[in-house]
Design a protein around this ligand. Structure first.
Ligand SMILES: [Zn+2]
Length: 384
């Protein structure tokens, strides 16, 4: 019933209000709503679906390498043509004895509340009932050379300063890694598409990167930090202004019930969780960055709100957190919520494109709107 009221309010405007004059002192219209409108649910879903054609995209396999090639082709087709690959070598750690982790405390430093359900990584191929997908995911990972792809939107006035926007493209668990992390990878690709449009300019640069080897221990992002941190400020690497990671964007059905089951539908109060790490060297700056994103969500995201937390953990922003303000966006808090079993598809054969409804995909779209809007402000985006 709000629509007629708005119309009445508009009709009641005094007739003396003149239309806006096009004089040079007037601020240009805010370009961010127009940029946000260039994201849409069906395109976002199609990009996730495209990634799931390569199964779980486990690092060190042919299906992972084929997915990297496909992502690069997509980035180029969007006009994000300043493309490169980071190359590194991955050797899995030996089977040494790992110290047992205290599972009464959430990773990242948070505190568990309420009901917890079990979590784990599925390693049993036979738990994948779809024989086509089981075959697609069958090739095992082999150690050795790895590549991950990125493309850069070059800023007009400060090309030597950039924000890094990431999501990991590899997955595990004998499914399609649709949510973890097809949803985050697709978000980064959709942002690369919008910012690479020929009519969009920015003051500062943005690097869109699709990390590999996240699931094996953040090895792709660690390799990037090791190889490129000292190059900042040279012609080979712009100075890093911040790192924004996206990892598992779709599923916020709430806390498990006492019997360990979850609600079948997205909860109406679902939110985007923006996290920084309180123990990081750049914690204060990262916290400020997180609130910039929260405010951008409040102003521009269409459906779901965002909340800020201080326990960012277990994703590719971690290797950056002591060098630059680093945050992550997720469906839930990683430590206290995902770590307590809030996502029953996490690293499971059920992490399939068909598992999710439009209400789930829409949460990811709202995270995309949030990052797009915040970033557009930070880099000084404008439509020519
Ligand atoms: Zn992930």
């Amino acid at each position: 019933m709000t629509q007629p009221l708005i119309l009445l309010a508009a009709l009641a405007m005094p007739a003396t209000v003149a239309p806006a004059q096009a004089d040079s002192t007037q601020a240009a219209p805010d370009p961010i709503p127009q940029l946000v409108a260039r994201l849409d649910l069906e395109r976002y879903k199609a990009t996730i679906k495209g990634l799931t054609r390569f199964g779980d995209r486990r690092q060190g396999t042919d299906r992972n390498r084929a997915a990297v090639d496909w992502i690069e082709a997509q980035l180029r087709s969007y006009g994000c043509t300043d493309v490169a690959r980071l190359k590194y070598n991955y050797q899995p750690p030996g089977q040494g004895v790992r110290p047992a982790r205290d599972t009464t405390r959430a990773s990242g430093g948070g505190r568990f509340r309420g009901v917890r359900a079990r979590t784990g990584v599925n390693a049993d191929s036979l738990k994948q009932p779809d024989v086509r997908l089981r075959a697609l995911d069958a090739q095992a990972s082999t150690a050795g050379a790895r590549e991950e792809v990125y493309c850069t939107k070059i800023g007009d006035t400060h090309p030597g300063e950039m924000y890094i926007v990431g999501g990991h493209m590899d997955g595990i668990g004998w499914g399609e890694a649709a949510n973890d992390d097809g949803s985050g990878a697709a978000l980064v690709m959709e942002l690369a598409r919008v910012f690479s449009s020929p009519d969009v300019r920015t003051d500062r640069s943005i690097r869109f990167i699709l990390w590999n080897n996240e699931e094996s221990g953040l090895n792709g992002s660690r390799a990037y930090v090791e190889q490129r941190r000292a190059l900042q400020g040279t012609k080979d690497e712009p100075k890093w202004l911040g790192m924004i990671q996206h990892d598992m964007m779709l599923f916020d059905h709430g806390m498990p019930r006492a019997d360990g089951t979850l609600a079948t539908e997205q909860r109406p109060e679902a939110d985007v969780n923006i996290e920084f790490q309180a123990s990081a060297k750049f914690a204060a700056e990262a916290e400020q960055l997180a609130w910039v994103f929260q405010r951008a969500n409040e102003k521009y995201a269409t459906d779901y709100p965002a909340s800020v937390g201080s326990h960012m953990t277990n994703t590719d922003s971690a290797p950056f957190q002591d060098y630059v303000p680093a945050i992550s966006l997720r469906e839930n808090e990683r430590g206290t919520q995902i770590g307590a079993g809030w996502d029953p598809n996490w690293h499971q054969p059920t992490d399939l494109y068909t598992t999710y409804s439009d209400k789930d995909f829409r949460l990811g779209l709202n995270a995309a709107q949030t990052t797009l809007a915040a970033l557009a402000g930070l880099v000084g985006a404008a439509i020519k």
